[in-house]
Structures are given as C-alpha cells and as structure tokens.
Write a protein of this length. Structure first.
Length: 193
C-alpha cells in the first residue's frame, strides 16, 4: 500500500520547502500553508506533529469536522511536541488514535523490558546448553576411558593367557597355572593405568 502523498505544514514556508526537498525524491510531497492546516486534516490518514509552539495547533473541533468529512475513516495522530500540539480530547473521537511522547515512552519501556526478559531467557538457555555440553563431554571422556580400560584389560588378559598356555605346554599343571593366572590377572588389572 505505502505512502501516497506527504503533506508538509510548517509555520515558515522556507523550512517546509527544505524538508520537502529532502524527501521529494522518495514520495510525492505537497506543502500547505500553516493557516490551512485545519482545512487539510481530512486529507491525512496519519498526522505527525512536533512544533515548538506553546499552544495546541490541532484542535478538537477541527479533527471532529475532518472525521466527518472523511466519513469516519480512521486517523492516526502522533504528537511528539512538549507541550502537546494536538488537543488530547481528540482521543475520545471514534476512529482517532492519538499517541503522545508519554505513550511512545511506555512503548519504549515495554520494548526494553521485553528485550531484558529475552536476554535473561537467552542467558538461561546458554547456561543450560553449556551444562549439557560439559555433561556430554564428560560422558564422551568416560566412554573413551572405559573403552581404553577395556582394551588394556583385554590386552592384559591375552598376555596372561598366552603365558599360562605356554607354561602348561612346558609341563606346568593346568590347575596350578589357572590359580596363578587368575591371581596375576586380577593384580595387574587393578594396577594398570
């Protein structure tokens, strides 16, 4: 959908023209005289105001008339001025959505709170993942250690078995050798590392 046209209204024509030149290459721009502001409100779907005026420049009766002229199509009004440029009573009109500096600050505060909460949740998630990673590394290391321990045990068993069989072949009694074999195997098995 996009922006069809931007109406620029400033108390000085020179400032309005400067702003228009800055954005004219991106969108159709029309400058309206400050004293014609009320008459042009009905043409705008979105109104943003930020003057240095000490008094309101957009009044309730003008917005009410603009709404009627627009057949009550919605209007978004953003008042960035302090003090306010737009009469706060316009917010009571059906179809007018008025946001001021305080509203924007609450949106900013809510956004910051959400970001802080997201940061806390991310930190918890990172800590959980780190804990899981450390646990998995310990499991992997334990698995490697157990595997190495089994290999050494199997190698020791095979060496002792070969020695026992060689001695039995040389005439040593099998029962005697069996007792020596198991005793040596158990002693060596618990002592290697």
């Amino acid at each position: 959908m996009g922006v069809g046209k931007i109406l620029i209204c400033n108390r000085t024509r020179e400032r309005a023209e400067t702003l228009a030149q800055e954005i004219a290459h991106r969108v159709d721009v029309e400058i309206i005289e400050f004293d014609q502001l009320a008459n042009n409100l009905a043409r705008a779907d979105v109104i943003s105001s930020c003057t240095g005026s000490l008094h309101q420049v957009i009044h309730y009766p003008d917005v009410k008339a603009a709404l009627k002229k627009r057949r009550y199509q919605q209007m978004l009004m953003v008042d960035l001025a302090v003090p306010r440029d737009i009469d706060p009573k316009v917010e009571s009109l059906d179809g007018v959505y008025l946001y001021g500096v305080d509203d924007l600050q609450s949106v900013i505060d809510e956004n910051l709170a959400q970001r802080r909460q997201a940061a806390v949740e991310a930190e918890v998630m990172v800590n959980q993942l780190a804990t899981e990673l450390v646990t998995q590394q310990k499991v992997n290391l334990a698995g490697e250690t157990i595997h190495a321990y089994r290999q050494q045990g199997e190698q020791l068993r095979q060496e002792e078995l070969d020695l026992a069989l060689a001695r039995i072949e040389k005439g040593e009694q099998a029962e005697r050798r069996k007792g020596i074999f198991t005793g040596q195997f158990i002693r060596q098995f618990w002592c290697f590392s």
